[in-house]
Design a protein around this ligand. Structure first.
Ligand code: NAD
Length: 396
């Protein structure tokens, strides 16, 4: 069920004003109706699919590499909501931990691998896809070895530490004719898809500006944050880890690539967390259509994951924009604010099923290696702009 709330109006009045009867609508219809009654959009944030899950024997088999926080708390439990993907193997440095998760999620213990015998996964016909959820500095090596083992690969963001590594991953996938997808979950998440549709279809008027802020406090006591302070394993600081969501958002909202970049970088002097990696990065992007984006990323400010799109007629606010659940989408106009509610769906299951479907259909996934490479390239230009104090022309 999709509905809008407007400050000062009852839901019934609002639905009436917006041209709704009290009916259940798909996302596209809801968006159209509130802005332009009667118009039908081709594509919008998806209504939940009614398609039944494939029988288990037909689902593609996935191996998860790295049993850290994100893998165990989000990804592994999400296989339960997948329609085309099933968990069949685990790769971990700790046998006991892998056995615990294998028993909890019904993985055959014979399909537990470690980092030494990882390459022998090639001989396991149950594994179709490998999902790399390791520290960033290990992505390239384990992705390329996964592709050499003739498996398709999903790799976590950021794709790798350097542009050269990203290119080597893309080349390895091409050479073995395997799919390589970067796990940009926001591009499969219904609220972000609705934001894209609203922004790109002109419903906000001509787009003028985007702001996006992503920050949190890096916690040295958290094992998942320790490698994030090590440049070799992390690749970069807050920008590589979470500023990448802001950069991604500017690109998927506009559907354009930035033409110019300027940036500033600052880390609190003496803070031991920032000996190797940066704390704060602010960057500005100019897109060919004239949209200006102003983004911040930080490892020092309180939890923030928000996106605002400023159009000539309306402002879209998604806050949180890139959380795991509980997104909030507001449209603000001179005449008042409206809130859009879309049924939450498991974005991890949606993205994994997208890759499985792409493999079944032999199609390029929506967020292939090239998409990850572009972000790594742009993040390095952001660092360069901050270092030199110059505005950088992206293709100059
Ligand atoms: P984590 O530290 O919890 O997990 C990393 C795993 O890698 C651990 O199990 C660790 O034991 C293992 N590992 C293997 N070799 C290692 C080595 N040499 N050094 C350190 N650890 C090693 O971290 P995490 O937060 O789960 O992040 C893992 C990856 O997932 C990162 O690339 C991160 O960017 C990504 N991530 C993505 C999202 C998202 O929303 N898409 C969210 C969190 C993390």
């Amino acid at each position: 069920m999709i509905y809008w709330l407007k400050k000062g109006l009852s839901r019934r009045t609002l639905l009436h004003k917006a041209g709704f009867g009290l009916i259940t609508l798909g996302a596209a219809s809801a968006i159209d109706t509130i802005f332009e009654p009667g118009l039908t959009l081709a594509q919008t944030g998806p209504a939940p699919s009614k398609e039944p899950p494939m029988p288990p024997a037909k689902k593609l088999g996935w191996a998860v590499v790295g049993l850290g926080k994100f893998a165990t708390e989000q990804i592994i439990p999400s296989f339960g909501e997948c329609k085309r993907s099933k968990l069949v193997a685990l790769v971990s440095g700790e046998r006991a931990k892998a056995e615990r998760y294998a028993s909890q999620y019904g993985v055959n213990p014979k399909n537990i691998y470690n980092y030494q015998n990882y390459d022998s996964i090639r001989n396991n016909p149950e594994v179709d896809v490998i999902y790399i959820i390791l520290p960033n500095g290990l992505h390239a090596d384990y992705t390329i070895r996964g592709l050499q083992a003739l498996k398709h690969v999903m790799c976590e963001k950021p794709m790798a530490n350097t542009v050269a590594e990203c290119q080597a991953m893309i080349d390895a996938a091409k050479k073995r004719d395997r799919k390589l997808m970067i796990a940009y979950r926001a591009q499969y998440e219904p609220y972000n898809l609705a934001a894209i549709e609203l922004s790109r279809s002109g419903k906000l008027g001509k787009l003028k500006s985007i702001t996006s802020d992503h920050g949190r406090n890096l916690d040295p006591k958290d094992p998942a944050d320790r490698w994030r302070m090590d440049k070799k394993l992390a690749g970069g600081g807050s920008l590589y880890d979470i500023g990448i969501y802001a950069l991604q958002a500017t690109r998927y909202i506009t559907g354009e690539e930035p033409a110019e970049i300027s940036a500033m970088l600052y880390s609190t002097p003496g803070d031991p967390r920032f000996r190797e990696i940066e704390e704060n990065v602010h960057f500005m992007l100019r897109f060919p259509s004239g949209v200006l984006a102003n983004c911040t990323s930080s490892y020092g400010y309180s939890d923030t994951k928000r996106l605002q799109v400023f159009g000539a007629d309306a402002v879209l606010e998604l806050d949180p924009a890139t959380d795991y659940y509980r997104h909030r989408l507001m449209i603000k106009r001179k005449s008042g604010s409206e809130e859009m509610n879309i049924p939450e769906q498991n974005q991890f299951a949606l993205e994994m099923d997208h890759l499985s479907q792409s493999i079944m259909d032999n199609k390029q996934p929506k967020t292939p290696g090239e998409e990850g490479l572009q972000d790594v390239r742009l993040m390095n230009l952001i660092y360069e702009a901050a270092r030199t104090g110059r505005t950088i022309k992206v293709n100059g």
